[in-house]
Design a protein around this ligand. Structure first.
Ligand SMILES: *[C@@H]1O[C@H](CO)[C@@H](O)[C@H](O)[C@H]1NC(C)=O
Ligand SMILES: *[C@@H]1O[C@H](CO)[C@@H](O)[C@H](O)[C@H]1NC(C)=O
Ligand SMILES: *[C@@H]1O[C@H](CO)[C@@H](O)[C@H](O)[C@H]1NC(C)=O
Length: 546
């Protein structure tokens, strides 16, 4: 691994101020004097000029945006803004997220695996009385401590049963968005069954700060949220660094989009895919609009913009992860390999593709590092500062990635060919105990360099066909039966077609040991029963009730 400037970082109060020093060292090989001088200034000099130069950080998170749904992956869907921005930045092609909304957002905000917050099982449903544990220090809190103005627009989905869980109490100066998921793009209503009351409640889910936001009925949320982000950018006082988190509703179901975005896609036969394609186009335009606003306000030269999906595409609602196996809600690559890129004039190697292993939990230390902040008040982080990997092409500090361990896993959506939800025993063959002691009937997956080990039922295991095509290309749609332990070389076999567990028993054993180790350090799952007190009533809004 090349020497990293970040090795000096712990001693320096302002991380980003070390960037010029790093450059001095790499650019001018003989620039020792320059470097020493820079370090001197960094350590001893109160330097308001470079402090003001701490980059603005804009993080745009798409919802359920699939691997094959971005233009630069060959999609029939057109994403000119994403293509252009990523072409001038660094495309992350070995980048991982979690297979579901709440889990990815949880790891983004904490820098920690779900097993360490008790949130390894599923999403937070509207009536469940829990949220990301309040002892966790979240990314916006750390950015705020580093002197940033912190704003959030869009989907929270990290719990809201009491006010202390709300984004405004967890580090964001301002918030405009919705607290749950899956609402209507125009009415901003979310319908959810409340089992204890034997009813399905449809209620508004939109807030300005902590107050219910009425008056936006009929405004398409992709436009609503991007316009709100633009307002924040336009009002921003550029003396202060900005952290803006835009968690778009797009392109999650329901499939709703203004007609004009769908017009270019008349050639797509499948109406789900056609609607979805229109939604992607609207999202692409939103990202273009936000970057344009940053440029027009003169912020762009000092902005780091991250674009990421939260999980793989949902094939039931028009998304595609072709040629990857599986989809959202599964631990196959189709569920966890994410579309993501970073674009910024501050990148040292713009226009490159990174194949280094990077995970959604890495953003917290990476962005706090860029902000010159400190993570010394967080709990143990599972994420790594990957800025040098992204910006300079250095080897990733991440050697391992725990995708998840969830003993309660169930796949709630129908998987083609498997009409009902099957129990593990019906899907998976093999002994549940391994010699490592890890119970391999448990839904789990771990990555170590190019190896990926899966145990239990990983979720819907189909190779879904490429949109507009009938077959998934080579091989069958799925094998008859899965085994309880599977090993793939993801670098050579990203489609997870050739199980190598029999050929590499030593690798299997080592990775099972690692799973056992992680399982021993996992918190018990927190997944409380619905609290009927959540009911907002026919005229109310979803929100804190406790
Ligand atoms: C739930 O509501 C339905 C329809 O309103 C009714 O038929 C059913 O008996 C109710 N079940 C219980 C347990 O109250
Ligand atoms: C992008 O900006 C244009 C021009 O202001 C506007 O017409 C359009 O609705 C915006 N798109 C989105 C998705 O916000
Ligand atoms: C954390 O880091 C900051 C800045 O680097 C420093 O001022 C502070 O003393 C540290 N706190 C702890 C608890 O180590």
């Amino acid at each position: 691994m090349p020497p990293t400037c970040s090795s000096a970082r712990p001693r320096l109060r302002q991380g980003p101020r070390s960037l010029p020093a790093c450059r001095a060292r790499t650019v001018a090989g003989t620039g020792r004097l320059v470097f020493s001088l820079a370090v001197f200034v960094l350590i001893f000099g109160p330097d308001p000029v470079s402090a003001a130069r701490r980059p603005h950080v804009v993080f745009i998170l798409a919802d359920d945006f699939g691997w094959y749904d971005v233009g630069y992956h060959g999609s029939e869907i057109r994403t000119p803004n994403l293509d252009r921005l990523s072409a001038g930045g660094v495309r992350l092609e070995n980048y991982y997220v979690q297979p579901l909304c709440t889990p990815s957002r949880n790891q983004l905000m904490t820098g920690r695996y779900q097993i360490h917050t008790g949130m390894q099982h599923q999403i937070i449903w509207p009536c469940q009385p829990y949220c990301v544990p309040l002892q966790e220090k979240l990314l916006p809190q750390l950015m705020k401590e580093a002197g940033y103005a912190t704003h959030m627009v869009g989907k929270w989905h990290l719990g809201m049963y009491k006010k202390d869980c709300l984004p405004t109490r967890r580090g964001f100066d301002t918030y405009f968005g919705y607290l749950t998921g899956s609402e209507d793009y125009y009415t901003h209503m979310r319908c959810s069954p409340i089992a204890a009351l034997n009813l399905t409640r449809c209620a508004l889910d939109l807030r300005e700060g902590e107050e219910v936001a009425t008056g936006y009925k009929g405004v398409y949320s992709t436009e609503l949220f991007s316009q709100r982000a633009i307002n924040i950018i336009e009002k921003h006082n550029s003396d202060q660094p900005l952290f803006l988190y835009v968690a778009l509703q797009a392109v999650h179901s329901p499939l709703q989009v203004p007609e004009r975005y769908m017009a270019p896609y008349r050639f797509i036969q499948d109406p789900y895919r056609r609607h979805y394609a229109g939604m992607v186009s609207a999202m692409d335009e939103a990202v273009g609009n936000i970057t344009l606003a940053l440029q027009q306000r003169g912020h762009w030269d000092n902005t780091v913009l991250v674009f990421s999906t939260d999980n793989g595409g949902q094939t039931l609602y028009g998304g595609s992860n072709w040629p990857l196996r599986g989809r959202k809600w599964s631990l196959w690559e189709g569920g966890v390999r994410g579309v993501g890129f970073v674009t910024s004039p501050l990148l040292e190697r713009p226009g490159t593709v990174s194949r280094e292993l990077i995970h959604v939990s890495d953003w917290l230390p990476t962005l706090v590092g860029l902000a010159g902040g400190s993570t010394n008040t967080t709990k143990h982080l599972d994420g790594f500062d990957v800025w040098n990997t992204i910006s300079k092409g250095f080897t990733s500090p991440r050697l391992e990635l725990l995708h998840n361990i969830d003993p309660l896993y169930n796949d709630i959506a129908p998987c083609p060919g498997r009409e009902q939800q099957l129990t593990l025993a019906q899907v998976v063959s093999g002994d549940s105990r391994s010699k490592s002691g890890f119970n391999v009937s448990i839904h789990a997956a771990i990555r170590s360099s190019n190896w990926k080990l899966l145990t239990g039922y990983p979720g819907c295991d189909v190779w879904f066909p490429r949109p507009g095509h009938n077959s998934s290309g080579s091989g069958p749609k799925r094998p008859d039966r899965l085994s309880s332990v599977m090993l793939f070389n993801i670098e050579k076999d990203p489609e997870e077609r050739v199980d190598l567990s029999a050929q590499f028993p030593a690798v299997v054993d080592r990775l099972l040991q690692r799973l056992l180790h992680h399982q021993k350090n996992a918190l018990p799952i927190n997944f409380p029963a619905d609290d009927p007190g959540c009911d907002p009533g026919p005229a109310g809004a979803w929100g804190p009730w406790a």
